[in-house]
Design a protein around this ligand. Structure first.
Ligand code: FAD
Length: 380
């Protein structure tokens, strides 16, 4: 259903080029309007990707001059209703609420039915979901039932004001190219985006909105999947790279698993998470959970320190959302210096321990409550 119109360059945020578009929007979809964001939550906890999508959805809705709606499906309790309030604070004008006991646990069948029913009734032109386990499961079944196009794992979402179409960008051909996908003939235009690709917007706690309650005509007897028990993920303590504020990452330039201890040391000194490039996880120096990049995690920390990492596009797409990047590389022409805030040209095996010592001194001075003047002396 979607037409891949525009295969652009290897740049991470390639501007889409236009080619002839021959497909017209079917008249049945002429009335479809507004941007929707599916608000994901589980066991009373909101997934932060929903806030990120509300921020992006607000920009898209403003560009189109339409309203932004949150879609909340959940059990009939205060927590579910509170997600509507939160959606308003983060940019939604209205919320569609489907509350019923059958939504206590996420199950594809009732959630898909509810979302499809909402779409058919209220007709949005754009529907965004997180590229999470739940979002991917739901988006696929909703799009196939509605016979509409879905672009998965987007890294960029923009509006083409000429025909109001959603330009969904994502890496393609193994990450060597970026493509922009446009769904010209059906609605809604659906897309999923990975957590941490878009920033969380500043909340406005004075914002309010309208809640439109909807009922799903489905009973528990009609649902084939039953939840018998909830068993917490025994890996729940795995690295939470996507949500870390500070990350120290090492690449092939670190040389060996033994040398990688220097990355760990700096990370511990800073209270940071540990990341890595793909060759490092492939070599088994650290486990695969720590890989940053296209086939690993997307991160958006306040500080990203990249040591011995060249800055290949597949790594860059995973970390370019960092507020500040410090790159350490012994090659002054390494690509990573092209998109870093600070460049330390030198041997990482010498610079990492030097940074660890300096940061330790600096942080212990901070803890001891020294004045800024005294701290400047111990800073790097
Ligand atoms: P290299 O490219 O080998 O760079 C090592 C760097 O270390 C060099 O710049 C060198 O100058 C520097 N160096 C060497 N010695 C020192 C020293 N002593 N001190 C300081 N600097 C030193 N990669 C990812 O990272 N994440 C992904 O998710 C990912 N997904 C991919 C998906 C696909 C489909 C493909 C095809 C590739 C993917 N890659 C991914 C691999 C990617 O293309 C690069 O090969 C990889 O990022 C390179 O890792 P690196 O920078 O650690 O190694």
């Amino acid at each position: 259903m979607s037409d891949a119109l525009d295969t652009a360059t290897g740049a991470a945020n390639a501007a889409p080029r236009k080619k002839g578009r021959r497909v017209q929007l079917d008249e049945r979809y002429a009335a479809y309007k507004n941007v929707w964001v599916f608000i994901e939550h589980e066991r009373g906890v909101l997934h932060p990707v929903s806030l990120e999508l509300l921020g992006k959805g607000r920009t898209l809705a403003d560009a189109l001059g339409v309203e932004l709606a949150g879609v909340i499906i959940g059990p009939p309790d205060e927590a579910t209703r509170a997600f509507c309030t939160m959606a308003f604070h983060y940019g939604a004008d209205l919320c569609y609420l489907v509350a019923d006991g059958i939504f206590t646990h996420y199950r594809n069948q009732p959630y898909s039915s509810a979302l499809i029913d909402l779409v058919n009734t209220f007709q949005p032109e754009i529907l965004l979901l997180g590229a999470t386990t739940q979002g991917r499961d739901l988006a696929g079944s909703v799009a196939t039932t509605l016979l509409t196009g879905l672009t998965a794992d987007c890294t960029g979402l923009e509006i083409d004001l000429e025909d109001r179409s959603l330009l969904s960008s994502r890496p393609t051909f193994g990450g060597s190219l970026m493509c922009t996908i446009v769904n010209l003939n059906t609605r809604p235009q659906m897309a999923t985006a990975r957590p941490r690709v878009f920033p969380v917007p500043e909340p406005d706690f004075s914002r309010q909105g309208q809640i439109i309650e909807h009922r799903l005509a489905m009973s528990e007897d009609e649902i084939v999947t039953k939840v018998l028990d909830f068993i917490p993920d025994k890996h729940a303590d795995k690295p939470q790279l996507s949500f870390a504020d500070f990350i120290v990452s090492g690449g092939r330039g670190i040389g060996s698993a033994e040398n990688f201890e220097l990355v760990f040391d700096l990370a511990y000194a800073l209270g940071a998470e540990i990341g890595a490039s793909r060759p490092v996880t492939y070599a088994g120096w650290v486990d695969a959970e720590r890989q940053v990049g296209q086939s690993g995690k997307t991160v958006r920390p306040r500080l990203y320190i990249a040591a011995g990492i060249s800055g290949a596009i597949q790594h860059r797409v995973g970390m370019e959302g960092a507020d500040v990047t410090i790159a350490i590389n012994n090659d002054a022409n390494a690509p990573i210096f092209g998109f870093s805030n600070y460049a330390l040209v030198g041997n990482a095996l010498e610079l990492l321990p030097a940074l660890t010592v300096s940061f330790k001194k600096h942080l212990s001075a901070l803890m001891a409550g020294n004045s800024p003047g005294e701290m400047a002396e111990v800073a790097v």
